[in-house]
Structures are given as C-alpha cells and as structure tokens.
Design a protein around this ligand. Structure first.
Ligand code: PRP
Ligand code: URA
Length: 209
C-alpha cells in the first residue's frame, strides 16, 4: 500500500510484545509507549526539511544542516495518543503540540469529538497525529477530517498497533497521508477491540479501570 509503512524492526517488535502482556504495569507500559513512539518517529521524520546554518567549529566556520524553522506539530488523539507525545518531542523538542479529543461510543463504536486545539499556522506545519491503536479506524478518520477542516495539509499518522480493517479504512479515506504502524494485528473482535492487541490503551497508560 502506497504511503503505508509497517515496521518490522526487532526493537519495536520486542517492545510491542512486552506492551501486549497483561502483566505489564502502568509505569512500564507508559515508558514503552514513549520509546516505541521515538523509534517510529526516527523513521517517520526522515523527510523533515533541513536548512544550512552557519556554525563555528573549533577549526573553522562552516555551513551545516539543521531542521528548518519550527514547523512540526504533534497532535495526539486524546487520551491514549498523549502517551506517544514525549517520544516525538525527545526527537524534536521545538515541536508544537495540538490536541484532538475523541472518544469511541461503547455501543456504536463511532467516534465523538469533544476538543480541538491546533498550533498555528497549521497549514504550514508537518503534522504528526499519534494514537497507539488504529482499530475500526473511525477515530483516526475523524481526527484527520477535523485537522484538514482546520487547514492541516501535510499529515502523518502514527499508531503502534493496527487492525487490517482500520488501516484500510484510514488509507481509503485519506490516501494522501503517510501512515506508520508498529505492528499489523489479525482482526477486530465483536467489541471492536484489536486481536491480539493490548487491551484498552488509554486505560493502560493512565491506570484507569
Ligand atoms: C481508543 C484509541 C483510539 C480509538 C481506536 O480510544 O486510543 O483513539 O479507541 O478505535 P477506533 O479505530 O475503532 O476508532 P478511546 O475511544 O477508547 O478513548 P480513550 O483514548 O480516551 O480511552
Ligand atoms: N482502542 C483500544 O484502546 N484498544 C483496542 O483494541 C481498540 C480500540
């Protein structure tokens, strides 16, 4: 699939396996979500624009590339996407952070929006949307719709675990965005949870329920 990257790096696979275990506690779970986001971000940000700046080394003055401007926005989908933000900020500390608030209705599994605040000028920024879980794809499609309605154009979507159904839905709804997935799982169950998955990502990150 064009514009879709599924990671098969052993470090990412190893960390995802620990995340899956129901005996992994909140502390370790949070740390792993952050580490995986950083490893995925390293690859997803390989096309960040560079501009030469003048630097004086102990030997001489030279022109050398640095990430240009302050054009990156990280936009977590609340709540669980928040867990990935620090992993990206470790790579690009100057990035701005927006938020899109969505929750899935427990019965219909349809996403409901409750919050949106994006850094300006959003149309000039590379936007990295984070959410550890891409299940039916409803939340991801709604978040990207939302960001596009606000003027966002250069969008990357990063999820740690995806179901084939959700990946297909997001790619078909937004073929222009780049999608990065840590691991593609088997399917959804009748409650629209990813199998084998890791359970409810928000609850495991924040220690709720
Ligand atoms: C989870 C997850 C995604 C969404 C994925 O959030 O973090 O946002 O479900 O499911 P979908 O692909 O079927 O839309 P949830 O709605 O549980 O909210 P939370 O992060 O606040 O727990
Ligand atoms: N949201 C989650 O947190 N986990 C799933 O498996 C599906 C949606």
């Amino acid at each position: 699939m064009e514009n879709v990257t599924i990671f098969n790096h052993p470090l990412i696979q190893h960390k995802i396996s620990i995340l899956r275990s129901k005996s992994t506690g909140t502390n370790e779970f949070r740390a792993l979500i952050e580490e995986i986001a950083m490893l995925m971000g390293y690859e997803a940000l390989r096309d960040l624009p560079l501009a030469d700046v003048e630097v004086e080394t102990p030997i001489e003055t030279c022109m050398t590339p640095m990430i240009s401007g302050k054009k990156l926005a990280v936009v977590p989908i609340l709540r669980a996407g928040l867990g990935m933000v620090n992993g990206i900020l470790a790579l690009v500390p100057s990035a701005k952070v927006g938020h899109v608030g969505l929750y899935r209705d427990e019965v219909t599994h349809e996403p409901h929006e409750y919050y949106c605040k994006l850094p300006t000028p959003i149309e000039l920024r590379t936007i990295v949307v984070t959410d550890p879980m891409l299940a039916t794809g409803g939340s991801a499609v709604a978040a990207v719709n939302f960001i596009k309605e606000h003027g966002g154009r250069h969008i990357k979507f990063m999820s740690i675990i995806a179901a084939p159904e959700g990946l297909k839905r997001l790619h078909e709804a937004h073929p222009d965005i780049q999608i990065y997935v840590g691991h593609l799982d088997r399917c959804l169950n009748e409650d629209a949870y990813i199998c084998p998955g890791l359970g409810d990502a928000g609850d495991r990150i924040f220690g709720t329920r």
